[in-house]
Design a protein around this ligand. Structure first.
Ligand SMILES: NC(=O)c1ccc[n+]([C@@H]2O[C@H](COP(=O)([O-])OP(=O)(O)OC[C@H]3O[C@@H](n4cnc5c(N)ncnc54)[C@H](OP(=O)(O)O)[C@@H]3O)[C@@H](O)[C@H]2O)c1
Length: 329
């Protein structure tokens, strides 16, 4: 089978195609023929080796020396079950599924083997394979952070970086919880943010939300430019900063921040739970949550997909399709 392989840290051009043996599913596992896979900011970080400030010293041990230990990246995929290992009863051959190996990676390949009881659910019937492949990364991260930040109905929530993969999911999910949502993004994406459910939109190029008079119960920072010191004055009493992206000192210091107004900072890696994947698939089926697809590229052009992701300006997710006609269904 064909895989997109990252032999060393570097720009998108380091990615090369290799032939590998098609894996056989072990007992309790299923093999999926991948029809669409997202290229996420996590893939981009692993490929480039460029990590938030301070995390670089841990790179070799955590991710691999010289290049990512897992050469085949890809956190999210959608496709059809094409082989079953002994003992699998949850899925049948031909089932359309949505897989989120997450940090285990492996989706940038024609076939993927997953535990049948892992982060694997049936594809919502109303989503194409491309949309389904765009659901897990941003959705699971946003859901985990909103839960850890105890966001409740009627609260005022600001999402910084509202048009990206995590941000677009956070806007929709906060809105679903009943929150009043303010989105921060470029002017070009203002209409998109409103369509996702934001009541107010702030263009970061012309307005500094942290210098305004509005107060927020929760601030979801998907950009990494809203540390506690910058936003403390616009948090309400008991307000939470949900720092989806933060550097090492801020991540380590988060549990110890107790501002004078009972503030709290939530940071660190999002939990990757199959229950959350199932919840999001249900919300998608109920048309409450719609994963946003920006650009689509054939698998052979994954380097171009990486270039868009590296720009830091994508709208939702970028996907590669391994069978374009099937993936749009
Ligand atoms: N903690 C975790 O477990 C976890 C999990 C997933 C992701 N992350 C991290 O979270 C970050 C966001 O991921 P993502 O996939 O959502 O990224 P993304 O899709 O690239 O989105 C970034 C968004 O930020 C907006 N933006 C750029 N500059 C901005 C600024 N100055 N102010 C406000 N918005 C700005 C861009 O929108 P415009 O084009 O409108 O400017 C873009 O849509 C990444 O760094 C990723 O590594 C962390």
């Amino acid at each position: 089978m064909k895989v997109a392989f990252v032999p060393r840290y570097g720009p998108p051009e380091v990615v090369e195609f290799r032939e590998q043996l098609r894996p056989a599913p072990a007992p309790g596992h299923v093999r999926i023929q991948v029809l669409a896979a997202a290229v996420t900011t996590a893939d981009s970080r692993l490929r480039s080796g460029v990590l938030p400030r301070g995390f670089g010293v841990l790179r070799g041990i955590a991710l691999g020396f010289g290049g990512p230990r897992k050469g085949v990246l890809g956190t999210d995929a959608a496709g059809v079950v094409d082989a079953l290992g002994p003992g699998v009863t949850r899925f049948a051959i031909g089932d359309p599924v949505l897989a989120f190996p997450g940090s285990a990676m492996g989706c940038h390949a024609e076939y993927l083997v997953m535990p049948a009881d892992g982060r694997l659910v049936r594809k919502p019937a109303n989503l194409s394979f491309e949309e389904a492949a765009s659901l897990p990364f941003g959705g699971v991260t946003a859901l985990d952070y909103l839960r850890r930040g105890e966001v409740k109905g009627a609260e005022r929530v600001l999402v910084n970086g509202a048009s990206g993969s995590v941000g677009s999911a956070a806007v929709q999910l906060a809105k679903h919880l009943g929150a009043h949502v303010t989105a921060v993004c470029s002017a070009a994406n203002a209409d998109l943010a409103r369509a996702l459910g934001a009541e107010q939109v702030i263009d970061y190029a012309s307005t500094d939300f942290a210098a305004g008079s509005a107060r927020y119960d929760a601030i979801v920072d998907c950009v990494g430019n809203a540390p506690y010191a910058r936003v403390r004055s616009v948090l309400t009493r008991g307000g939470r900063l949900l720092a989806v992206l933060s550097d090492l000192p801020a991540t380590l210091g988060a549990p110890f921040i107790r501002g004078e107004h009972m503030h709290r900072v939530v940071a660190g890696p999002a939990a990757e739970k199959v229950e959350d994947l199932a919840t999001l698939a249900e919300l998608a089926e109920q048309r409450v949550f719609k994963p946003l697809v920006d650009q689509r590229f054939p698998f052979a052009q994954i380097v171009d997909a990486y270039r868009v992701v590296d720009s830091g300006r994508k709208k939702g997710s970028v996907v590669v399709t391994l069978n374009a006609r099937a993936a749009t269904r």
